[in-house]
Design a protein. Structure first.
Length: 288
């Protein structure tokens, strides 16, 4: 049973929580052929196998060392004009079906969802269940501050989407360029960190942008309310301490059950029940 922090439940109930989705959420989905979206490492290894000519040993070594941004940059360069087509073939063409995890997250009814994923699985989940209810924005939109103050429900594509492959943030160069060219978005991101709790689901702890923003906030505002990081129970104790000390992330552990992390939907369903109970109490007390 997951030990859900009461402050997180309260912030979700009051819709003062930004939920951040990573590839671990997408990986819950399957298509009709029982295929799942690849993890980042799996994607890079598969893409590397598509390159013509002899094996690129240094790219393989970079992937094995976890240097995914560099490996991705080199693979993209070699794929050249076929890169965008390959991405769509991998992430869109299979037609991944929204999972129970996607549906539970939607039912949490957060006003702001940040997604690090390029696919459109969560957007389709929202549109199928609640047509026209969510506004989709991307980090490069000129009106990106809209999600901070408007009343609607927003899905923010933090790294872009396959609708505009040329603006996707996928490589070392793209991360570096975006921080300057799209400074307005990062200002909005930092403002959100100050005014909302963040709840990270299916997100790797080594995302460059997230690491930088969280560390800056943690050391600028020492002792502030923590944000929350949901991960499987096999995380080690030293990493839990580091995440809290350096990024002010409080780790919430759940039982993944198997290699497909099939424990995630049930874990989120338990959270949903707590949030709904909290919202009923808010209705009774009107203490919004």
């Amino acid at each position: 049973m997951t030990d859900w922090p009461e402050p997180l439940v309260k912030d979700l109930a009051r819709r003062r929580c930004v939920i951040v989705l990573g590839s671990g959420v997408s990986a819950q989905s399957v298509c009709e052929s029982d295929q799942r979206p690849p993890t980042w490492k799996q994607f890079l290894n598969d893409a590397l196998a598509q390159l013509p000519g002899p094996p690129e040993t240094h790219i393989r070594e970079a992937i094995d060392k976890g240097e995914y941004l560099h490996a991705c940059e080199w693979i993209k360069s070699r794929m050249d004009e076929t890169w965008a087509e390959y991405l769509r073939e991998v992430f869109l063409t299979p037609g991944f079906i929204p999972s129970d995890a996607h549906k539970a997250i939607l039912q949490l009814d957060s006003r702001i969802i940040f997604t690090l994923n390029f696919d459109d699985i969560y957007e389709r989940t929202a549109n199928e269940a609640q047509p026209g209810s969510h506004i989709v924005k991307s980090y490069h939109d000129s009106d990106i501050p809209e999600f901070l103050r408007k009343d609607g429900r927003f899905i923010v594509k933090v790294h872009g989407s396959l609708n505009t492959p040329t603006k996707m943030i996928f490589t070392q160069e793209e991360y570096a360029r975006s921080r300057t060219k799209n400074a307005a978005f990062y200002s909005c991101f930092e403002a959100s960190l100050l005014t909302h709790s963040f709840f990270f689901v299916g997100v790797g702890y080594n995302d460059p942008d997230l690491s930088l923003l969280l560390e800056n906030q943690s050391f600028l505002f020492d002792g502030g309310q923590p944000h929350y990081y949901l991960t499987s129970s096999d995380i080690n104790a030293d990493l839990i301490k580091s995440l809290r000390k350096n990024r002010n992330l409080k780790t919430i552990k759940y039982d993944k059950i198997d290699s497909q992390y099939s424990g995630l939907p049930a874990c989120l369903s338990d959270l949903l029940e707590l949030v709904e109970n909290a919202r009923r109490k808010l209705l009774e007390t009107t203490n919004w």
